[in-house]
Design a protein around this ligand. Structure first.
Ligand code: AMP
Length: 302
């Protein structure tokens, strides 16, 4: 297996200035898995859904090529997240989080999946991320994402898992919050210093692109000029899932150029995610359009 993802499978109720929808298929593992599969990685999901999880949603995940043996169905309802975006839609405001089946979830990695090339712990309670880190020995890379909620309510556990991985991907607000420093470069450098030696820190900055700290120094990749922003939900997860897929193709320590190329592809895929409500923009993505956007992005910096 190239990429194993643990994270949430969710129903999302979303309001943006451009669209709104109730109980749409979402979740950090859903977006990350769909993006990994769209980048030619064999990808398995570990997570939990409730008895209300719709057959058509399971079918959508399976037809994208995702392996679902690690997704258990538990008694109760699927995790439900309600979020709202306003203005430039830079950040979601969480209106409501119903953990539902996640409250009693104890992740179990299928025996055949314990040595993926890349393990991606997508946004989830850090205690659950830790349980999956305990069960897996990826052959190349451990990646991890998180969110402001866990910095607020589970900071020591989060710091513990951050120190156990090779690549951390967070957004700028989360990095500032963790470092308690409004200066982003200084905050990122502080956080990088707290990670394992040679770990990579990727800081997503929304429309301003991405800043990464690699052992060779700082790296910047812009975001892709995108025609229509409808719903940014899942941009971060599809960005990270794409990066995971690209890094699953290499060997040894991640090189600077390899990282840059992975980040460029990740930015392109995220630009499709935000074009549609829920997963629709990501699912509808066409290769020819991706090639065009990659060329446009490279023209900005190369
Ligand atoms: P992002 O890429 O940051 O926009 O992630 C959006 C996804 O995160 C949504 O589909 C939500 O279902 C999911 N999500 C929101 N809150 C949580 C949480 N506390 N734990 C796990 N997943 C969450």
């Amino acid at each position: 297996m190239d990429v194993m993802v643990v994270g949430s499978l969710a129903y999302d109720s979303i309001q943006t200035p451009a669209a709104q929808g109730e109980r749409l298929l979402g979740g950090s593992a859903t977006y990350a898995g769909l993006a990994s599969a769209a980048n030619d990685a064999s990808c398995g999901l570990v997570g939990v859904v409730g008895e209300d999880f719709r057959d058509e949603d399971r079918a959508l995940l399976a037809s994208a090529g995702l392996h679902l043996d690690g997704v258990v169905t538990a008694e109760g309802r699927t995790f439900h997240w309600e979020g709202e975006y306003s203005g430039a839609m830079g950040e979601a405001s969480t209106l409501n989080t119903e953990l539902n089946v996640f409250e009693a979830f104890d992740p179990e990695v299928p025996a055949a999946w314990t040595a993926p090339t890349v393990l991606f712990c997508a946004n989830l309670h850090p205690a659950l991320q830790s349980k999956v880190l305990n069960q897996c020995t990826p052959t190349r890379l451990r990646m991890l994402d998180s969110m402001n909620l866990w910095i607020d309510i589970a900071r020591p556990l989060l710091v513990d898992v951050l120190r156990r991985v090779d690549l951390v991907v967070l957004n700028d607000g989360e990095v500032r919050m963790l470092a308690d420093d409004a200066n982003l470069v200084r905050a990122a450098q502080w956080l990088h210093g707290e990670l394992q030696p040679d770990a990579i820190l990727v800081v997503k900055r929304g429309e301003h692109g991405v800043l990464a700290i690699h052992s060779s120094g700082l790296l910047h990749v812009p975001s892709v000029p995108s025609p229509g922003l409808v719903d940014p939900t899942g941009c971060g997860d599809s960005f990270a899932g794409t990066l995971a897929a690209h890094l699953s193709k290499g060997e040894g320590p991640v090189g600077r150029e390899e990282l840059r190329i992975g980040l460029e592809h990740a930015a392109v895929v995220a630009s499709f995610t935000l074009q549609g409500l829920g997963v629709s923009g990501l699912v509808a993505m066409e290769q020819s359009d991706r090639d065009e956007r990659l060329a446009a992005l490279r023209a900005l910096t190369r």
